[in-house]
Design a protein around this ligand. Structure first.
Ligand SMILES: [Zn+2]
Length: 81
């Protein structure tokens, strides 16, 4: 399973919890074997996650992918598409 499929699974199985908008960042909690904090900083369009994978790679981890999918889905709904 690649991380895109994994992210889709996380998003669809409701593992993404939106915690709120604080300062200029969106906060999410993604629950896998552990809880991960994912933050989207709106001011510079940056995603961050506290997992090890994210610290070792420059790319987005499955937790961030799941939150991005969550966000895109809500944006679509909000714009009536
Ligand atoms: Zn992560």
């Amino acid at each position: 399973m690649d991380k895109f499929e994994k992210a889709k699974g996380l998003e669809e199985s409701d593992k993404v919890k939106y915690e709120g908008f604080f300062g200029s960042s969106l906060y999410f909690k993604v629950t896998t074997s552990k809880d991960h904090q994912v933050i989207f900083r709106v001011t510079n369009n940056r995603w961050m996650c506290d997992c090890e994978w994210s610290a070792l790679h420059k790319n987005y981890c499955s937790h961030i992918m799941a939150c991005r999918q969550w966000l895109m889905k809500r944006e679509k709904e909000a714009s009536g598409l």
